[in-house]
Design a protein around this ligand. Structure first.
Ligand code: SF4
Ligand code: SF4
Length: 260
């Protein structure tokens, strides 16, 4: 075994004692001090309340801090919390949900129009990649439309990773399928949007990143690249990883869209 230099050993010991000392209460303090660029104070505070309730539950059930850090870093925490908010919204569906034109086989929203299909967390990227990898080599969404998501079935236009589809796909809806079709061809018509829970999910994940600074990295991924890599047979999700600015940009864009 390669001998460890005294300097490296000292650094590892310091690191070890630091992580050993970390508690869920410390994480809550870090969340309280965290800031998210591009969103207003009210949204940031709302995200902090949501994330703090998760940490309180973790403390109540004596969840090991290592697991809590892992869930925050992977995006599993944001996923769970985003879902909880989404379920709450859907208990009393707003008009946009009641009048949604979304049906199976209507997939103009799966045409990603040169984009990346949205920011997804590591947890979602792993799920999506795992679900699509066995479909390697089969016709995919791009056989229907060149810019469609590779997870789409070109014959039925249904999602082939339905149970593993990311939050963005679960949050997007429209009251006008015709407008979606025209938007996929370059128009900018109204009618489509994201459930408010999506913004909470993004803000919570951005807060996790800030709160875990110096402890561990919190990445985001491109949905389109993750799906394309999976059907191409690429191992793992690292090639679909984003620069840190992508999450900030997604938060800012979603906050602006929510105001419009
Ligand atoms: S968002 Fe638009 S394209 Fe997607 S399912 Fe709903 S109506 Fe169809
Ligand atoms: S993951 Fe599924 S629902 Fe989401 S864009 Fe791709 S095909 Fe559509």
């Amino acid at each position: 075994m390669k001998p460890t230099s005294p300097r490296v050993a000292r650094r590892l010991a310091q690191k070890g004692s630091k992580s050993a000392a970390l508690t869920v209460a410390d994480l809550a303090n870090r969340v309280a001090k965290a800031k998210v660029k591009g969103v207003d104070k009210a949204l940031e505070e709302r995200g902090k309340r949501i994330l703090t309730s998760y940490l309180q539950t973790a403390a109540t059930y004596a969840m090991p801090v290592k697991e809590v850090v892992g869930e925050m870093a992977s995006g599993q925490a944001a996923w769970r919390l985003g879902h909880a908010v989404r379920d709450e919204i859907l208990k009393t569906p707003p008009e946009a949900v009641k009048n949604a034109a979304c049906v199976q086989g209507c997939a103009f929203c799966c045409i990603l129009s040169g984009g990346e299909g949205g920011v997804i967390t590591g947890f979602e990227a792993e799920q999506l990649h795992t679900a699509i990898t066995p479909l390697k080599g089969q016709p995919d969404g791009r056989d229907w439309h060149p810019e469609a998501c590779p997870a789409l079935d070109p014959a039925t236009r249904s999602c082939r990773a339905y149970d593993a589809r990311p939050m963005i796909c679960r949050s997007f809806l429209s009251t006008d399928a015709g407008a979606c079709e025209r938007n996929a061809a370059g128009a900018e018509e109204q009618g489509a949007g994201l459930l408010g829970s999506h913004l909470d999910y993004l803000v919570v994940h951005a807060l996790c990143r800030q709160a875990l600074k110096g402890i561990t990295q919190v990445y985001t991924y491109s949905m389109a690249s993750t799906a394309a890599d999976a059907v191409a047979g690429t191992d793992g999700i690292s090639t679909a990883r984003h620069a840190p600015s992508a999450l900030e940009r997604a938060c800012r864009d979603a906050a602006q869209a929510a105001k419009a």
